[in-house]
Design a protein. Sequence first.
Length: 459
Amino acid sequence: MTRRPRSLRPRPLDRRAFLGRTAALGAAAAVAPWALASCASSSLRTVKRARLRHACIGVGGMGRHDLQNIGGHPDVDIVALCDVDATLLAEASALFPDARTYGDWRELLAAEHDRLDSVNVSTPDHTHAPATMIALQRGLHVYCQKPLTHTVLEARRIAEAAADARAVTQMGIQNHSNQPFRQALAVFDDGVTGPVHEVHVWTDRPSGWWAQGVGRPEGGDPVPETLDWDGWLGVAPERPYKEGAYHTFQWRGRKDFGTGAQGDMACHLMDPVPWFLGVRSPVDVRSVGPKPNDESFPEWSEVHYTFDAASDACAEDGVHVVWHDGARKPDALLEEWGIAEPYANAALFVGATGALLASPYEPCRLFVRGGERRLNLTDVPPIDHWHQFVEACFGREPPRTPFDYSAPLTEIALLGNVALEFPGETLAWDGPRLLFPERGDATALVHKDYRAGWEVPGL
């Protein structure tokens, strides 16, 4: 089964034309990186020394997890640490006391790039692309948390920069390497569902995790002495600090900083859609449900995507993919297939002969019209997603989720967020030209302006 479509090298996009939001955009746009042939591991630059010199940008939350996992590889030296929160930075420094510390990722990359081989970027979403782009331009290998970027255009540009730099890259979707999805792939590849015409993906986020459907808090609070608020804002528009509203975790639902439930979980839960089916860019997207307000994403959403058939795993007339968040699920479909206890976070592949339920956290399950069919799951050995990135930097094996794969996956998720702004309307999407040909106002949301003083070449 062919999973990856062949394609051409991208042409550069005239960003000024893009930001002008004119018809000239279409002619200037790039061929998508999902159209690139996947970078062969032999074409990547690799580290020739015995030890990998690594730095961590963002050391709180998932950044702390990334630091400990990458730093736990026996061939890694943690050279430098960076965080805008001095308290978090001190905690990380206690774990790696020999590492030099910085409060500004730009200063770290300027001062340390000649003494580094790689970095991980584990900041809030709005800082992923700026820090990753500079790191790539400095010749470093990059592990970046999901979603890869904050906007669709950023994802496109980051994928191109990684290809140009021949860098080893990995997006932090560790579930791609974990056992449940890999077992599900083995089952799926046996053809148990028949050609897939429909996939439903759902999550319990954001309910109870962070605030969405809320407005901007009024007023401001004194900025803690330990926090560089201007550095935390970075490329985002300036606003007052408000205790408990943004730092350290509540930023996820705020549009200036996060990407909502789609950005948090779609890169995990929708990962099997391009992975199993070979699809890359949708031909259209449509949202159902409430529209975001000016500040945050809605409390729940439903987003419909149409993909053309990309492999013989797809139905001939394409695949309909539906995203559900806010703890909502496709109840009628689950009842139709007799799935009485669906997982809280999962993807359901519906084909001509069966329906496969895949979760990153639980074993996959197969349903046929007569009920659930017992599966003898392959004993797939675990893979450490972080250590696998390190091994790839040394050229010992290829990365599992390089940017030429994870950037298109990020685009899919972020296109859903664009569709939320136009509820009930089917938006035709021209992936190669990076625009919605019938809606310039939707195309305008494919990127954003950076705050003055935080501009990044290439973005």
